[in-house]
Design a protein around this ligand. Structure first.
Ligand SMILES: Nc1ncnc2c1ncn2[C@@H]1O[C@H](COP(=O)(O)O)[C@@H](OP(=O)(O)O)[C@H]1O
Ligand SMILES: [Mg+2]
Ligand SMILES: [Mg+2]
Ligand SMILES: [Mg+2]
Length: 308
């Protein structure tokens, strides 16, 4: 089965959402950042990105669809949230219309409903979209890496994935690292089951096929891990790397940008071990997983792991 139409819609949605996030990151206001009940941060860009992706999928696919996504409108419907909802609505309308993609004006209620269309429970039957509207919100707030991560599940398997990484350099992190001022940034990774993985600049120029690292000797390999020690046990990863014989220091990056960088061979190993008791969410891995395993790359990864 081919998912070309779904992939085109997902790329359009993630690219527009990336532009919304870039606009917010340029001029982030203190009032744009809220704290959720689990004490993790959420911003107008997380909500805006979710509303926008949900709207674009609905417009492009014109069919009933199920979306499992990170955010919901509960806090936005509380007293005192009207101003922030209006700011989100303005951001969404601007991002949808400024380059002529759509000719619409969504109301605040349209935006809240679009956010809440991400409340599906998912499941192993039928098709479900999986969205992290901003993965790496802490990285986004720091001006570092973050990703818009969108995947499609069919019968419980990930069949396509798109990762927009607005701050990831177009060239390998091996060459200039994450923060060189000469870096041109903004990558869109995408993969469809059986079709390999591609990367293109977020400005829309042409895509190139990417491959995971061919390094087989752990002494020559480098590894990616979460920037936040609260999200992954840095002590444990350091121990594992030591046992494997890895010599390079860890490359710490927020979000599924790690999977993007891994898919094009910037490093060879991904290590992320949450602390005891943390329950993983599917939107934190679905898109990144297919971008790295994009079928024809799968065997080289298995090959590498079996040698470790
Ligand atoms: N205590 C914790 N342990 C592990 N992961 C956590 C965590 N608290 C938050 N996260 C998740 O880690 C994600 C970021 O991943 P990474 O550590 O690879 O950058 C966050 O995604 P969001 O930013 O979308 O909320 C969040 O879902
Ligand atoms: Mg979050
Ligand atoms: Mg996330
Ligand atoms: Mg998120």
């Amino acid at each position: 089965m081919s998912y070309h139409k779904e992939l085109a819609a997902a790329k359009k949605a993630a690219s527009l959402a990336a532009r919304l996030c870039q606009n917010v990151q340029k001029a982030l206001l203190q009032s744009d950042v809220q704290s959720k009940t689990d004490k993790t941060p959420v911003t107008v860009a997380d909500y805006g990105s979710q509303a926008l992706v949900s709207f674009v999928l609905q417009q492009e696919l014109r069919a009933e669809f199920s979306l499992v996504a990170e955010e919901d409108s509960k806090d936005l419907r509380k007293d005192g949230a009207q101003e922030i909802v209006e700011r989100i609505t303005k951001l969404v309308n601007y991002s949808l219309t400024s380059d002529g993609s759509y000719n619409v004006t969504l109301s605040t209620e349209d935006v809240l409903k679009a956010i809440d269309s991400g409340r599906s429970e998912g499941g192993s039957q039928g098709q479900h979209w999986v969205l992290d509207p901003i993965d790496g919100t802490k990285g986004f707030l720091r001006g570092d890496q973050y990703a818009i991560a969108l995947a499609l599940l069919d019968g419980g398997k990930v069949v396509l994935g798109v990762l927009a990484c607005p701050n990831l350099p177009l060239t390998s992190l091996k060459d200039a690292g994450q923060h060189s001022p000469n870096n041109e940034v903004g990558c869109l990774f995408f993969a469809e089951v059986g079709g390999g993985t591609y990367m293109q600049p977020l400005d829309g120029s042409s895509a190139v096929k990417v491959q995971v690292s061919a390094v087989e000797n752990p002494e020559e390999a480098s590894f990616f891990e979460s920037y936040e020690a609260a999200h992954s046990m840095h002590d444990l990863t350091s121990l594992i790397a030591q046992k494997l014989g890895v010599k390079a220091p860890p490359v710490r990056i927020d979000s599924q940008a790690k999977y993007g960088a891994l898919s094009r061979g910037d490093g060879a190993i991904y290590l992320r071990f949450p602390h005891k008791g943390y329950r993983e969410k599917i939107w934190d891995h679905a898109a990144g997983c297919i971008v790295v395993t994009g079928m024809d790359q799968f065997h080289s990864i298995i090959g590498f792991l079996s040698k470790c």
